[in-house]
Write a protein of this length. Sequence first.
Length: 120
Amino acid sequence: MPEKPGLTNLSECERRNRELAERLSSVGLIWPGTIQKRMMTCGKPQCSCHNDATARHGPYYYWTAKSHGKSVARKLSVDQAEVIQQWITNRRTVDALLKEMTATTERALELLLERTADSQ
């Protein structure tokens, strides 16, 4: 892993990890999945939605995710979609912060192992 600027000793790694943990503590509710906006055709064969893509019905919002290896979906109102989208964004923020915390810890491990190797 290339050396990150500022992470040249264990105390700097610990400081960076504390900063990331503080940011992590301010994240709100989290939820997996995605929100999809769909325009649909109806069941009436004579409806213009079947021939004209601009005449489709909607938008309809759906939350989708994997649960026990299977895709699940749920139709949402506009208000529900907005709230859940924020939770999904929060989840992605948490994932990114954890990834950076792991990289910081990996750098700390490298520094620790270098220090241990130098002292032998």
